[in-house]
Design a protein. Structure first.
Length: 499
């Protein structure tokens, strides 16, 4: 139940995967509307993921209070106010206010990383070459030090690399390295690494069958808008790749609420926007609903806005021509109600009141109604630090992601090339078994198997073979041998592991 107009207004669970929009000016009640929907979905057994920008949403983990305003609003709507609390798992990219969220550099892919690093077309091309070389040679690029080592290797052997993959400029590699340093200073080194998030950990229920509310602490993340936007797009893409097609279920598996949605779309290059639009359009068939929360409906591109069937519009202000345009645009997205003018009503809405239009059975939007939003039953406002620590300590995922894992990957493999004689690499490459595989890698990259001839300087092929051979020789169970068989290229150009 969302609230009450002339009748109760409901979000139909079967149509909750058709996405939605919660919009309105600051202080008009967007967060309360988000919390009301999150509580209702959780009660129905649907998992929720929400970015918590101000920390206010964390209160959903604590029981509400029978405040006079809440009790009165409940009476006006015709329901009894009963305080409640909900199962919550806290997440934090920086690992300070919840479980860390990590992805490998390879999973992020060159497109998202190029946006994070603000690379031009030439620099993005160089990054694509580095990723392709890593893929072709089974070099796991897990964290930023792996990527830096790979770029250094490409720079040191530029002449040989460009014979296989095309021209590249050392100046571009230097620019990328400088941007990586800046990114690391912003905290991206905490996000890029292992253990990587298993995205299905977001889809959980408690012992009572209620959906877990996953809350991302985003107050610090908000000061790094590119990291925030890229993380959200990566997460959607991962879900799209991992979940099977299920069509229209009786209720969705997972519903996302993306607060401050304008950060997702501002200054985004067209390829990334196209990818976002594609994922939003298709992910509903995976049982996932996406709800954008923003101040201005114009923040959301028209192609995405057209996919959002369930709408809650709080008050807007019209002080500037752009504000007036936003009011008209918001009014035009609704199925009009003959009893009032929608554009005028948007300017008159009180706090806790909104224009609501939800999809009806059959997928048709309902006529827009002026609605009193129901009061949340959990706490409205943030948890204390002690309360948050309590919730994190009792989490069912405690210990799974808390410690960083630094396994052998591209950095170590490329670093060890100085420790392995060329003759050893040569012999291993010409042998059968794993050595034979490495010989084939050398043949693909360098045009033939390496030969010993007392050369003072080894080729790039020999170096790759030597470092990989030593890795295999040391441990036949190394992760590298498994990577090649279970990676797929995802929508945004990254690599996703089928688990």
């Amino acid at each position: 139940m969302i609230g009450k107009s002339t009748k109760p207004e409901y979000l139909t669970l079967k149509l909750a995967n058709r996405h939605g929009l919660v919009a309105g000016a600051t202080g008009t009640g967007k967060t309360v509307s988000l919390q009301v929907m999150a509580e209702g979905l959780s009660n129905a057994g649907v998992s929720v993921f929400a970015a918590d920008i101000k920390g206010d949403l964390s209160g959903i983990a604590a029981p509400g209070q029978s405040k006079e305003a809440f009790v009165k609003r409940a009476e006006e709507i015709g329901i009894a106010y009963q305080p409640d609390r909900f199962p919550v798992v806290f997440w934090d990219i920086f690992g300070e206010q919840g479980h860390p969220i990590r992805a490998t550099v390879t999973e992020m892919g060159p497109l998202l990383l190029s946006r994070l690093l603000e690379l031009n077309d030439t620099q993005e091309g160089v990054l694509n070459i580095a990723f392709r070389m890593a893929d072709d040679n089974n070099l796991p690029v897990v964290d930023l030090k792996d990527l830096r080592a790979l770029l250094t290797f490409v720079s040191d052997h530029a002449d040989e690399v460009q014979k296989k993959y095309g021209n590249l400029a050392k100046a571009s590699i230097g620019a990328i390295q400088r941007q990586l340093l800046t990114l690391e200073n912003q905290g991206a080194d905490k996000f890029l690494g292992e253990p990587a998030l298993e995205i299905t950990d977001f889809i959980r229920t408690d012992r009572d069958g209620r959906g877990v509310v996953n809350i991302l602490a985003a107050d610090k993340l908000m000061t790094r808008p590119r990291l925030y936007a890229s993380f959200l797009v990566w997460m959607l893409s991962e879900l799209f790749e991992m979940l099977p097609e299920v069509g229209d279920l009786d209720k969705p598996k997972l519903v996302f609420f993306f607060d401050e949605a304008h950060l997702l779309f501002n200054d985004a290059p067209k390829p990334l926007l196209d990818a976002v639009q594609q994922v939003v359009r298709l992910i509903r068939s995976k049982g996932v609903g996406v709800y954008f929360v923003t101040q201005n409906p114009l923040d959301v591109p028209e192609a995405v806005l057209g996919q959002l069937g369930n709408k809650i519009q709080h008050a807007l202000r019209a002080f500037t021509p752009r504000d007036q345009k936003a009011v008209r645009a918001a009014a035009e997205t609704f199925r009009q109600n003959p009893d009032f003018k929608t554009d005028e009503a948007i300017l008159q809405l009180a706090v806790g009141e909104a224009l609501v239009s939800m999809l009806e059975p059959g997928g048709v939007p309902s006529v827009v109604e002026r609605t009193l939003i129901a009061p949340p039953t959990a706490r409205v406002g943030p948890l204390t630090e002690a309360e948050r620590r309590e919730v994190v300590a009792a989490s069912p995922l405690r210990g799974k992601y808390d410690e960083t894992l630094d396994r052998e990957s591209a950095y170590e493999m490329l670093a060890k090339r100085k420790d392995m004689p060329a003759e050893t690499a040569q012999g291993t490459a010409e042998s059968g078994g794993l050595g034979g595989i490495l010989g084939q890698i050398g043949a693909v990259l360098g045009g033939g198997a390496p030969t010993s001839g007392g050369r003072a300087k080894m080729s790039m092929t020999e170096m790759v073979i030597r470092s990989a051979a030593q890795s295999f020789a040391r441990s036949a169970s190394t992760q590298i041998a498994r990577e090649a068989g279970r990676i797929i290229r995802n929508t945004l150009g990254g690599v996703s592991s089928r688990r």
